[in-house]
Design a binder for this molecule. Structure first.
Ligand code: AMP
Ligand code: ZN
Length: 204
């Protein structure tokens, strides 16, 4: 009898802790980096790809071409790279996302990434997606677990590093569901999804 294999996204949320090593899916971004057909933008320093499990109508990832695993490996020498990532992310949002949505777009990093290879999320704030399924997904984009790229840059400039706080990250992911706009506390994901429709500027 054949057993249905769970999709990587499901594997991840059920059995793998953020920051732990699981080579079967964790290197997916490395694969995309090598697959030039998946590149929506590229230059000598960065690449932009689609997020495979978008958590909003417009969700992309910007990766440096260089092999940098995560924020913890950044130092003063990476300030220019991070500035370039932000500049290109903003340009991409302006050209490819903003004309298609009335919702705002955020650029940022998860406090504790689940995938290898440094990546900056470029994501519209409608959170209208079938892939947004659970509290971890929500809190990873709608709580301070999502670190704005500009603030990471400021911290890197000031401290020469942009450390990862795994303990704080785990706590933030367990927080109650809270609307990112009005701070209401919906009881569960279906109610949250119903609630956030009223803030989705594309529906008005
Ligand atoms: P993070 O928690 O910051 O590591 O987020 C990783 C992101 O990568 C998530 O938004 C996933 O939906 C996305 N993702 C997972 N696998 C792939 C893949 N193979 N290609 C593109 N995006 C992916
Ligand atoms: Zn609200």
């Amino acid at each position: 009898m054949s057993r249905k294999r769970a999709a990587p996204e499901e594997d991840k949320s059920k059995s793998v802790k953020r920051g732990s090593f699981n080579p079967s899916w964790q290197n997916g971004l490395e694969v995309s980096l090598k697959d030039t057909a998946s590149h929506l933008y590229s230059d000598e320093l960065v690449v932009i790809i689609r997020d495979k499990f978008p958590k909003a109508k417009h969700h992309f990832l910007l990766l440096p071409q260089a092999c940098i695993d995560n924020l913890e490996l950044l130092d003063e020498s990476h300030v220019m790279l991070l500035e370039h990532m932000i500049e290109k992310g903003k340009d991409f949002a302006k050209t490819n996302i903003e004309p298609k949505t009335k919702n705002s777009v955020r650029l940022g990093f998860h406090m504790v990434p689940s995938m290898s290879h440094l990546h900056m999320h470029i994501i519209s704030q409608d959170f209208d997606s079938i892939y947004l399924k659970n509290k971890k997904h929500w809190n990873s984009f709608a709580s301070p677990f999502f670190r704005d790229a500009e603030s990471v840059l400021e911290i890197l400039k000031k401290n020469g590093k942009a450390s990862i706080d795994k303990k704080k990250g785990e706590e933030l992911l367990k927080q109650p569901l809270r609307c990112h706009v009005c701070k209401e506390l919906p009881a569960n994901i279906p109610r949250l999804k119903e609630h956030i429709k009223r803030h989705d500027k594309d529906r008005s």
